[in-house]
Ligand binder design. Structure first.
Ligand SMILES: [Zn+2]
Length: 821
């Protein structure tokens, strides 16, 4: 699963804020509640489903034939998870006869008494006739998934004309048992077949292969999907809707993309790297893609970022991008890589418990780095690892959490910045310590040993130990079963032809770490000697012979250590580091130092070979107003006209806009029609600042195709004085996806502005659409945070309903007031 980053960030910052100023007694019982792996009394063997849908009631009618057997000890009973269902019949199937079984049901679990005691491996099949009613189910959602209904009917009655009618499911963690009775635990695996009866205008998607389709007399069609390889119940999936299926393939493997018609022309641009990714992941793991096909589908109002259902990955709407958006880069590429890698780590070998979720999520996170490195170069991969580390450090409370956690309040809590980015950064260290070949050989052994089964972290360690021949308990104890990271201070001293490097560990929330470290000692220019040392004490001093004072000592020379660092280098040494040490983090650290301490050196980064560092340099120059230096400005002017990367070019244009200088008008005119929304938006911003009286008309001229930066600029101008005709634009602007905490906060503020606008509209259909979009955004916010933000939403909505009530439109006013009851 890939969460909505902003949801996680919002949740953690709010939860932190809450726990600080809350004098209520906290429920801390969970801190003493060991989360054992689910006991396997019965094992799932096969699950056969026959389902149809009632769109009016948002119900699903289900028939299930589930085959199980006792795991080891004989048993005469069975417990199945079945959330919020109406159970009509439960019988034991014996050949052609049905034997009614005694059962009790508490709306969460079925306790079934079998007809006799069954022995280990002795199969039996139960038939259950039931109704799934997901909207009547109440369960606490999570930061990653904002609800836990399992089965979702989107716009089922077609009341929202702008939204397609869809059905999709979301199983992780234990929500699929809201639409079929099962043992809803990750350490269960079952083969699957499913017959879905749907209105014949729709297409369906599920796990495995579509084996047959049958038209029914009542205008429906029954699609029969079958999955002959066992997988965990949380990975079951159904999708139904009016999709175009864009066909692609990897060798003989079908790789299809299910998208709305509007995005069909872009489907291969959005998802088209998937075959290459499959080839790449097969190559590095040495394990062929295990499943019979790989499809991806986009769901409206999806409650998380994306989900790796076996052979049927579900993405949220942010995956949709048009041709112009893609010019700025495919914002969904890493998510596509992430979910695909789960088909190995998660689906083929599955974590046996949520405590071990790192076996799924840290690998999926790290797969993004591996793909970035392969496709976009080492700098891109290193930049991803840097993002991982920053994401982990964003919430100080995360530093006290172990990667493998047997104590947690809610199983959803483990889907956090520790299991994902910190875990990714930890795998990057492990990769580096054991070496490329050993790393991938170990993954190969782990996958082949545990395929179609579940695993816990010791099985990963054993695979690495078998391949490398080394005891790796030290690494796993520190990084998997321990918390935090080294906080190190590095000092240098040269005397008597000896360079001393003193490394102090200053962390207080975890013990002293033991770790290997590469130290490069430079005599001059690029001439260096590499030393390998082990740090293991609160303070370690290392001695290196050197004829003269070294021009640079580069500690953690490959920049692989996950740490907080105070590195007491001089400006000269950072200059040497930028020039000669050369990897992404070497250059980034130097540029950060220049930005804070030696602005005159910062402009070096404008010519960096990696676009991300050129962008970073421009941002820092912008913040420090360093563009007033003529030599720096002339480089920025060149970048604004020539940089091959659109985001860098746009940032340079943005800086020129601030100068409000007529001489840039030709440049802005040249780029205002650029295919990139970022570049064209920056250029439009420039033009409208030069001629403020033309701003509204200019903005309107570009408004019919304005997303991203262009949408922001157009929106900002139009928003100053919006008319009824600007509704589509205002709505589009409000809808733009959120990718950071800042954007989330801005959108929460923007909700008030948007509501003010809506309160003035005469077109009630527009008002309703706008209000629904506000609710859409509100529903994406995790429940734990929602209650804190809801007063803002209430205030915004009542402004609109008050306006409607005063116009005498009681019906609409009541509708709005009812939304947040
Ligand atoms: Zn994931």
């Amino acid at each position: 699963m890939k969460k909505l980053l902003f949801a996680i960030v919002l949740a953690s910052s709010f939860v932190t804020a809450m726990s600080q100023d809350d004098d209520q007694p906290q429920d801390t019982a969970w801190k003493h509640l060991y989360r054992a792996t689910a006991t396997r009394i019965n094992d799932l063997v096969h699950t056969k489903l026959d389902v149809s849908f009632d769109y009016d009631k948002a119900w699903m009618y289900g028939k299930e034939w589930v085959t199980l057997h006792p795991h080891f000890y004989p048993t005469d009973s069975l417990i199945l998870d079945a959330k919020g269902m109406e159970i009509k019949e439960i019988v034991l199937v014996k050949g052609n006869s049905k034997l009614p079984l005694k059962y009790s049901y508490d709306s969460m679990q079925l306790q079934i008494k079998l007809d006799k005691t069954y022995k280990a491996g002795e199969n039996y099949t139960i038939y259950i006739n039931y109704v799934s009613r997901p909207n009547e189910l109440k369960e606490q959602g999570s930061a990653a998934i904002t609800d836990a209904k399992g089965l979702y009917f989107i716009n089922p009655k077609g009341e929202d004309k702008d939204k397609p009618i869809e059905i999709w499911t979301q199983g992780e963690t234990e929500s699929n048992s809201a639409w079929f009775p099962t043992i809803d635990k990750p350490n269960q695996k079952t083969t699957e077949e499913i017959a879905m009866t749907v209105p014949s205008k729709y297409v369906t998607l599920s796990n495995g292969l579509l084996k047959s389709q049958k038209k029914n007399a009542d205008g429906t069609r029954t699609d029969y999907w079958r999955m002959d390889l066992p997988h965990a119940p949380y990975l079951f999936f159904m999708g139904v809707g009016d999709y175009v299926i864009v066909k692609d393939h990897y060798k003989n493997l079908p790789v299809d993309y299910y998208v709305e018609k509007e995005y069909a022309p872009f489907a291969k641009k959005i998802f088209g790297e998937t075959p290459a990714m499959i080839g790449f992941y097969e190559k590095i793991t040495g394990v062929p893609f295990a499943w019979p096909k790989y499809d991806q589908i986009v769901g409206r109002d999806y409650v998380s970022g994306a989900m790796e259902n076996t052979t049927a990955t579900l993405h949220q709407e942010s995956a949709y991008q048009n041709g112009r958006q893609l010019v700025d880069g495919n914002r969904w590429e890493e998510t596509i890589a992430h979910e695909l890698f789960h088909q190995w780590f998660g689906d083929l070998v599955t974590t046996e418990s949520w405590s071990n979720i790192t076996l799924n999520e840290s690998f999926a996170d790290y797969s993004e780095t591996l793909w970035d490195t392969y496709r976009h170069g080492v700098d891109a991969g290193d930049a991803h690892i840097e993002e991982d580390r920053k994401a982990y450090f964003r919430n100080p409370a995360d530093e006290s959490k172990d990667l493998v956690r047997f104590y947690y309040q809610d199983k959803e809590d483990v889907f956090d910045q520790v299991s994902y980015p910190k875990g990714g950064a930890i795998l990057h260290m492990l990769h580096h310590y054991v070496g490329d070949s050993a790393f991938f050989k170990s993954l190969n052994l782990y996958l082949n040993t545990n395929k179609f089964k579940s695993a816990e972290v010791p099985q990963l360690r054993l695979a690495f130990e078998a391949v490398t021949g080394q005891d790796l308990n030290w690494f796993f104890n520190e990084w998997y079963y321990g918390n935090g990271q080294p906080d190190i201070t590095i000092n240098y001293d040269y005397s008597n032809k000896t360079e001393r490097v003193i490394i102090d560990q200053t962390q207080t929330n975890s013990g002293i770490f033991k770790f290997p470290l590469a130290i490069d000692v430079y005599s001059s220019g690029a001439n260096k000697t590499r030393y390998q040392v082990w740090v293991q004490d609160k303070s370690d001093t290392f001695y290196f012979p050197s004829e003269n004072r070294p021009s640079l000592v580069n500690v953690d020379a490959d920049k692989v250590l996950l740490c907080k660092k105070t590195d007491n280098k001089t400006a000269d040494e950072f200059e040497q580091q930028y020039k000669y040490a050369g990897n992404y983090m070497d250059r980034k650290e130097a540029l950060e130092y220049f930005a804070d301490n030696k602005l005159s050196n910062l402009a070096t980064g404008l010519n960096d070979k990696y676009h991300g560092l050129r962008l970073f340099t421009l941002q820092k120059i912008d913040q420090a107003k360093g563009y007033t230096v003529p030599a720096v400005l002339s480089v920025i002017e060149q970048i604004a006209d020539k940089d091959p990367n659109k985001l860098v070019q746009a940032k340079a244009l943005e800086i020129l806009v601030k100068l409000n200088d007529k001489k840039y008008e030709p440049l802005f005119r040249k780029y205002v029609n650029d295919s990139s929304y970022s570049v064209s938006g920056a250029a439009l911003d420039g033009l409208t600042k030069l001629e403020p009286e033309q701003a509204y008309n200019l903005a309107k001229k570009y408004s019919n195709d304005a997303k991203g930066k262009l949408g922001e600029v157009v929106g900002r101008i139009v928003m100053k004085n919006p008319t009824e005709d600007d509704f589509d634009l205002m709505l589009e602007n409000y809808k733009s996806p959120i990718t950071s905490q800042e954007e989330a906060a801005a959108k929460i503020r923007g909700t008030t502005t948007f509501a003010d606008y809506l309160s003035k509209l005469k077109n009630n259909e527009h008002v309703k659409q706008g209000v629904n979009e506000i609710m859409n955004f509100r529903n994406q916010i995790p429940p734990s945070v929602r209650s804190l933000i809801d007063p803002r939403f209430k205030q915004a909505l009542s402004k609109i309903s008050d306006a409607k009530r005063s116009e005498g439109n009681t019906q609409l006013a009541d509708y709005i007031d009812g939304l947040l009851k």
